[in-house]
Design a protein around this ligand. Structure first.
Ligand code: ADP
Ligand code: MG
Length: 711
């Protein structure tokens, strides 16, 4: 049977239904429907007696017949009751709404044996099931009913009578067409007649269920255990092909890639390390520098993601990596997402390198005018500018490096690293690329989204940092908040007050900020307060930021523009207004603005009183932990990986149907290990036993599902 057969060839699917299935669920072929797995199963192997039923049971089924019908009430209260008996006791089946009442009347008759299925409640002391599922008893046999599949359908489909039960009928018909009986170890199995996609050695090695059996069991399992094993097989398969593609691609890229060779660690690095570095590197920083050193000394191009919480010392690692580039006669650049950040980086670098003969220049959109720009560009072209720091201005055509060996990108978790490297490709070899991000990505996700990259992690903060204390306040209780602000300011500290800003509600958001600002001015007439938001001219914004950074103002009221990387070590309090409107990753980023000095810092999450369950748990996580990775994991669990960008990186435009990156971390690891094992043993993809697997992989990477290979 060919899985690419259109569904119109399936009994029960006319042109109208076919159109609906394609439009609503994108199901077009037998194969599509076969892989449209139920979202849950309900055990229908057991019949209950009425006297056993209680109101706290989930779903039950009872065999019996209808004694009589009774219609009561008028208007909205109108309902139909059927008195139903199992031969000993009586319960009520109830329908509301005219259409349902009419339908039930036509459909069900007295004196016929039915199996009734639904969720029992108690009403007026009697067991009652509203809108039950009813089947003639003769058409159902318990032994074949087993676990009943439930399928998602859309509102539109339900309106035209295409509900879970209808899909169930279709998959049943499909199974009749596709399955064959086979015997294995004295057991009878019904399996879908498809070719296996995984090699036999792999199936044996991981005790996987064969594909055909799992496809049947995903819909019609014989037991909960069979369903569990079928699900495992399907999850593994999904994750495995993604990882196989990543590993294959990565190995190919590594085999081909050539990069600048940093042969030595020389005077720039060593002098800085010995004479000018004002503190000890943390163990994590040392390890990461070694990892980078190995990459850049290998002759291949480095594509590395450097993760670490805000303040963990990534920038310093970047600086020292740049010095290695300089030692080998190369230039280096650093690209930051905003001008403020670029300026801050430039200032930091110049300060660190002030006693060394290194030329550091800054190039941003704000650096205009021939007089200022031309000398910089000339220096970049002739190589006398050794380190260039800037914004996106760095990738303009007018910027031509003499020999760029290393590009560092700050806070750009939104872009694929490999793509970034190409920005500087031009004619020669691409530079090594190091991307720094303070948004930790959970391992399983990194392995999938950025699977073709190397990842370094700084998981250790420099010594002496006090963990930030995070507290939750309700907005009604502002006096104690003001007291806290007053106290911190009197200790000489500075305070951020942040308001959310969303495009759709920008007006209201800005109004909130203005009101908050006015209120603070009123409450603290003796303090100086800055105000920054996205509607201001960049120059004004920078000036206000500068006033705060220099300590001239004590409080900074701002929208989320400050989210990215400003460094004001004297600021010890971060107050986040309407914290319920921020996601976990954003809250964590904002919190990272404080806690940069040696003093105890605070993050205050201010919310309204009424909060959804999810929001409460977000706030709770923030109050409990400062660990970016823990927060990232929680974020992944809450939001799912769906809205994370960069999913194209794996090469397979994958929608995970069965597996879940947050929950199935161990399977992701197993899939990755297995993929590596496969490529270690079959690097030329030529072992005969593996042929169907490779065919399947190329199938999947083609995006358009073509079923001809596995049918
Ligand atoms: P990140 O870029 O990860 O946010 P930075 O490199 O900006 O972190 O470091 C934050 C602060 O900590 C800076 O002031 C930096 O000079 C300092 N710092 C970095 N590494 C160390 C270290 N090993 N010991 C002490 N202070 C450090
Ligand atoms: Mg930083």
């Amino acid at each position: 049977m060919d899985l690419s057969t259109p569904l119109t060839y399936l009994p029960g699917v006319g042109p109208k239904r076919a159109e609906m299935l394609e439009k609503e669920l994108r199901l077009r072929t037998f194969g599509d429907l076969l892989y449209y797995f139920p979202y849950k199963h309900i055990d229908r192997t057991r019949l209950f007696y009425i006297h056993e039923l209680t109101a706290d049971m989930p779903f039950v089924q009872v065999k019996g017949e209808i004694l009589s019908f009774e219609e009561e009430g008028v208007g909205r209260k109108r309902h139909l009751t059927a008195h139903f008996t199992d031969g000993r006791h009586v319960m009520d089946l109830v329908w509301f709404q005219a259409a349902a009442i009419k339908w039930a009347r036509q459909q069900y008759h007295l004196g016929t044996e039915y199996i009734v299925f639904g969720r029992p409640t108690v009403f007026n002391g009697r067991i009652n099931i509203a809108h039950p599922d009813i089947d003639p008893a003769e058409s159902l046999s318990l032994s074949s009913m087993g676990l009943q599949p439930y399928y998602h359908t859309t509102e539109k489909m339900k309106k035209s009578g295409l509900d879970s039960r209808s899909i169930e009928r279709l998959t049943k018909t499909l199974m009749d067409k596709l399955t064959v009986h086979s015997t294995f170890e004295d057991q009878d199995y019904t399996t879908v007649a498809v070719n296996e996609t995984l090699p036999q050695w792999l199936i044996t090695r991981h005790s996987l269920m064969p594909l055909g059996q799992s496809l049947r069991a995903m819909h019609y399992p014989l037991s909960a255990d069979e369903l569990r094993r079928a699900t495992y097989r399907q999850k593994f398969e999904e994750l495995f092909f993604i990882q196989l593609n990543i590993v294959r691609y990565t190995r190919e890229r590594q085999a081909q890639s050539r990069g600048h060779l940093f042969r030595i660690v020389g005077d720039y690095f060593n002098t800085f390390y010995k004479d000018y570095l004002p503190f000890q590197l943390t163990g994590a920083q040392k390890r990461v520098i070694r990892e980078i050193r190995a990459d850049t000394g290998s002759g291949k191009q480095m594509n590395r993601l450097l993760q670490g919480d805000v303040g963990s010392g990534k920038t310093l690692v970047a600086l020292m990596t740049m010095l290695i580039a300089l030692d080998n006669g190369y230039q280096a650049c650093l690209m930051a997402p905003t001008e403020i950040l670029a300026e801050q980086h430039a200032a930091t670098f110049r300060e660190f390198l002030k006693d060394m003969p290194v030329r550091v220049e800054l190039l941003t959109g704000a650096v205009t005018g021939k007089k200022r720009r031309d000398p910089i560009l000339e220096g970049v072209a002739d190589g006398s500018v050794q380190i260039l720091i800037g914004t996106h201005a760095l990738i303009e055509d007018s910027v031509v490096f003499r020999n760029l060996g290393l590009a560092v990108i700050d806070e750009q978790h939104r872009f694929g690293v490999a793509q970034r490297g190409k920005l500087w490709k031009k004619n020669t070899l691409p530079p090594h690329v190091l991307v720094m991000t303070a948004t930790p990505i959970p391992r399983t996700l990194a392995m999938t989204l950025y699977g073709d990259l190397d990842v370094s992690v700084i998981d250790e903060l420099p010594p002496g940092r006090k963990p930030i204390e995070t507290l939750h306040f309700w907005e009604e209780r502002s006096e104690s908040l003001y007291r806290g602000i007053r106290q911190q300011v009197s200790l000489g500290r500075q305070v951020y007050v942040v308001y959310p800003l969303i495009k759709e509600s920008e007006k209201i958001d800005l109004q909130n900020l203005e009101e908050g600002y006015a209120l603070l001015c009123n409450t603290f007439p003796d303090l100086k307060i800055s105000k920054v938001h996205g509607q201001m001219k960049p120059a004004d914004k920078d000036a206000e930021m500068e006033r705060f950074a220099s300590g001239e103002t004590q409080i900074l009221v701002a929208t989320t523009v400050i989210e990215v990387g400003v460094n004001v070590p004297n600021a010890s309090v971060m107050i986040i207004q309407n914290a319920e409107r921020f996601g976990l990753a954003q809250l964590h980023q904002l919190r990272g603005r404080v806690g940069r000095g040696a003093e105890q810092s605070y993050c205050i999450l201010v919310t309204k009183y009424k909060l959804s369950k999810e929001t409460k748990s977000r706030i709770q996580i923030m109050c409990e932990t400062n660990d970016g990775f823990e927060i990232a994991e929680a974020d992944l669990r809450q939001r799912g990986p769906g809205d994370l960008e960069g999913t194209q990186q794996s090469g397979i435009a994958f929608d995970l149907h069965v597996a879940n990156l947050a929950r199935d971390g161990q399977l992701v690891q197993l899939a990755r290990d297995t993929a590596n094992y496969v490529l270690d043993n079959d690097p030329s993809q030529s072992l005969p036993g593996n042929a169907p697997m490779w065919r399947r992989l190329y199938e999947l990477t083609k995006n358009e599902m073509d079923w001809s290979n596995i049918s």
